[in-house]
Ligand binder design. Structure first.
Ligand SMILES: [Zn+2]
Length: 301
């Protein structure tokens, strides 16, 4: 009984499904002509037109948006001009996301592009003024400057103890030696040089005063003896120093007739500490330090 009932129910259900599928199709066909032909024809066309309008609006807005993005990109590229690739990539991100935020990011981008340019010059300058050692000798002249940060603050202990020994030996012979001018900071040399330039002009000042960073006095390895005067060479102290200072590790740094090589006029009072061995070798060579090391002493600016 149950099998027959279920079989009958299944047959009825399948027939109902078939009827259902056909019924809906028949209903549409029947209903459509039932309505007025005008309304029935307009309805799909209107929807299509509306869709087209909507699509057109969307297209227009999209075009406008893309155009805006393009123009903003172009303007930013023009204003930035030479910008590093990394910076440009950073600016492209906010541009594609939203032009409004891109406006906000513009000022910091400009400052970022300006900052590296300044840093590059600073870095280049510092590379130029690294202390130069040739054969273990710290060279300070018109070609090789010291950085502003190079500041021992006083004569080095080796320099000062060598001077005391020399002064003691000279004193034993009845001669008085004293340090007229020892260590000079970068800023002090800057003030001195600018004062000389103001009074004598730069060309004259360059013959007797070092530009800031180019003075051996900043190294703590050089000092001026007694009187800063040409007459010092003719004094007993001056003559003794010229003949004996190398025994204590010093050289007369700017000898006579070497002005075109050292870049400075004869300075019998200015001594440079090199250590006894090197100072003696330089003294016996008859060369100035630039000749001895095969280097120049000329400003590049
Ligand atoms: Zn000096």
């Amino acid at each position: 009984m149950s099998k027959k009932v279920s079989a009958m129910l299944a047959a009825l259900l399948s027939f109902a499904v078939v009827l259902g599928g056909c019924g809906t199709e028949n209903l549409e066909v029947k209903v459509t002509p039932g309505n007025s032909p005008e309304t029935s024809e307009k309805t799909p066309e209107d929807t299509a037109n509306q869709q087209e309008v909507v699509e057109e609006k969307v297209d227009v807005t999209q075009e406008i948006v893309t155009e805006q993005v393009v123009t903003t990109e172009e303007t930013t590229v023009l204003t930035e001009e030479v910008t590093q690739e990394v910076v440009t990539e950073q600016t492209e991100k906010p541009e594609t996301e939203a032009p409004v935020t891109e406006k906000v990011t513009e000022p910091p981008v400009v400052t970022e592009t300006q900052a590296p340019q300044e840093q590059q010059t600073e870095v280049f300058y510092e590379q130029e003024v690294e202390p130069t050692y040739i054969n273990g000798i710290l060279v300070v002249n018109k070609t090789y400057p010291l950085p502003e940060s190079y500041a021992p603050g006083e004569l080095t202990s080796d320099t000062y103890s060598a001077f005391k020994k020399m002064a003691a030996d000279a004193y034993a012979e009845g001669l008085n030696l004293w340090v007229q001018s020892g260590y000079r900071s970068y800023s002090l040399q800057k003030d001195l040089y600018n004062r000389y330039v103001a009074s004598d002009g730069q060309a004259a000042a360059d013959t007797y005063s070092a530009r800031p960073g180019h003075s051996e006095h900043q190294s703590g390895l050089a000092f001026d003896l007694n009187s800063i005067s040409d007459s010092f060479a003719d004094t007993a102290e001056g003559q003794w120093v010229a003949e004996n200072c190398h025994k204590y590790g010093f050289i007369v740094r700017y000898p006579k007739s070497k002005e075109h090589i050292t870049g400075y006029k004869y300075e019998p009072w200015h001594l440079r500490y090199l250590g006894v061995e090197t100072a003696t070798a330089v003294y016996e060579s008859g060369l100035c330090l630039e000749e001895y090391l095969g280097i120049t002493s000329e400003y590049s600016y």
